[in-house]
Design a protein around this ligand. Structure first.
Ligand SMILES: C[S@@+](CC[C@H](N)C(=O)[O-])C[C@H]1O[C@@H](n2cnc3c(N)ncnc32)[C@H](O)[C@@H]1O
Length: 468
């Protein structure tokens, strides 16, 4: 028996993993003290090294599995041990989703302070591999050498993903099982063609090739390749561009985003179209969406249709409502709801996404949707047109992971819609925001979690609030 008082950082201990915590670590206990264990799944007995000791909890990292979990499944991915992306790939899918459902309820209890929450069963994915329609890879002159090959020298050319916790080192990716097969083929082709061209060195801010972002539209099969570089040099890129167009005829857009910014960002200061359009077209339900390189679009297309149907159900539209879609991206939720509402207004920060949203409304012949560009922290305070709009019956919000700014919560309360449908990829910030809204004049009706990203700790959650 390990006594918590005698436990020290660096010690190796034997632990039984009981469950999965929000964020993806296994949960064990040393006597009564909660211990979060990295790289461990429920049902395993592991030898783990203590990495952190705090008054209320411990953290550890699994070093060796003594007894395998009855829910263990063999992993498909050769990069599983090093990548850190699909940390649950070795856990049966049924167990993954039931853990996520429990986590959502738990977060609403702990962070939101909601004692009893009405939560639907989590919506599962039909396709648990090859579901991501967009992946971003990074070029580097500093390869991260996998654990199993640690005696070899790192290569000075890598194209792949950041190693966990490493902003400067890149794990070469040969195949990623959550993106499509064709995206993997394009990635390997680009890697082979780009060898010999100087990758960007993020420490010294030298070099040319920074990122490659591959987007494959699941319902139309159109493909966009976005190559991010540190400067404009068409002579270096045209052989890559010509070769991939010949090999992959579904590539309908190749763009080159150029950025001299020092941080590891993949949005460009300006963009050159090397081939085809500056956008690709994807279909969701009855609607077609033009998506340009910098615009947000749901990364799991098939599951996004299920998510949007839930948003539609929860909005309870009859055709006479005014709907605000806050954080609307390319307007996909707005257009999806438009057929069932009197008017939908979308609000979004990224200018290219607002332009896409406008274009998408025209392209889909939707006349009852309009979009506003600007920062939602100030938009309803500074933009006179937005300030004076007719008040909403329903507000849909789908913010980034950080959740809602206090000013946005104030603005929502002031607009006082009958219903709020809050979509979030981070139930923790969602629970915090929902508690604030419920302290004022709303009541939480229900939670509807959706698994958009199998094998990863991420979970999407839709909640509905009604005005008291
Ligand atoms: C999770 S995405 C939601 C997109 C959209 N609802 C969809 O389903 O495609 C969040 C969006 O919020 C936008 N955004 C982030 N911060 C913002 C802000 N302060 N004001 C307005 N929009 C913002 C992002 O550009 C992004 O498009």
């Amino acid at each position: 028996m390990n006594e918590p008082n005698t436990i020290k950082k660096g010690m190796d201990v034997e632990l039984e993993i009981e469950s999965l915590a929000f964020g993806g670590m296994g949960v064990s206990r040393i006597n009564e003290k909660v211990t979060f264990v990295k790289n461990a799944i429920p049902g395993q007995t592991v030898i783990a090294r203590i990495t952190k000791k705090r008054s209320s909890y411990l953290e550890a990292r699994s070093l060796e599995v003594l007894n395998e979990s009855p829910h263990f499944v063999p992993v498909k991915c050769e990069h599983f041990a090093d990548c850190g992306g699909c940390t649950f790939q070795n856990l049966e899918y049924e167990q993954q989703v039931s853990a996520k459902e429990l986590q959502v309820k738990d977060v609403f209890r702990r962070i939101g302070g909601f004692k009893d929450v009405n939560c639907d069963s989590i919506v599962k994915c039909d396709e648990i591999f090859h579901y991501r329609n967009k992946m971003e890879f990074t070029f580097s002159n500093q390869e991260y050498v996998p654990e199993s090959e640690k005696d070899r020298e790192p290569s000075n050319f890598a194209l792949g993903l950041h190693a966990p916790g490493r902003w400067d080192k890149i794990l070469n990716i040969n195949e990623c099982h959550i993106q499509s097969i064709i995206a993997n083929e394009i990635l390997q082709t680009i890697k082979a063609l780009a060898k010999g061209i100087e990758p960007y060195n993020i420490r010294e801010h030298r070099g040319f090739l920074r990122n490659v972002i591959i987007r494959v539209a699941a319902n139309t099969n159109e493909i966009m390749v976005n190559i991010v570089t540190s400067r404009d040099d068409p002579h270096l890129l045209s052989p890559i561009s010509e070769a991939i167009i010949n090999q992959f005829p579904n590539i309908t857009s190749i763009v080159n985003n150029i950025t001299s910014r020092k941080a590891g960002v993949s949005t460009g200061e300006h963009q050159i179209v090397l081939h085809g359009n500056e956008y690709i077209v994807e279909k969701l339900g009855d609607y077609e969406f033009m998506i340009s390189a910098d615009s947000f679009f749901q990364t799991n297309t098939l599951q996004a249709e299920k998510l949007y149907n839930i948003i539609l159900e929860e909005s309870e539209l009859t055709g006479s409502e005014i709907v605000y879609d806050l954080f609307c991206g390319t307007g996909s939720i707005s257009l999806y709801l438009s057929k069932h509402a009197k008017m939908v207004y979308g609000f979004e920060l990224v200018t290219s996404a607002v332009q896409d949203a406008m274009q998408n409304a025209i392209h889909n012949k939707v006349k009852n949707a309009w979009f506003f560009g600007g920062n939602l922290e100030n938009l309803f305070r500074e933009n006179t047109e937005a300030k004076e709009l007719e008040l909403p019956d329903v507000i849909v919000v789908d913010p980034p992971r950080a959740g809602l700014h206090a000013k946005t919560i104030e603005d929502i309360l002031e607009k006082s819609p009958k219903r709020i449908v809050y979509v979030s990829c981070n139930p923790a910030s969602q629970a915090r925001d929902v508690a604030l809204l419920c302290n004022e004049k709303y009541e939480l009706v229900k939670l509807r979690p959706v698994d958009m990203f199998p094998h990863t700790p991420h979970v999407e959650n839709v909640i509905t609030l009604i005005r008291k």
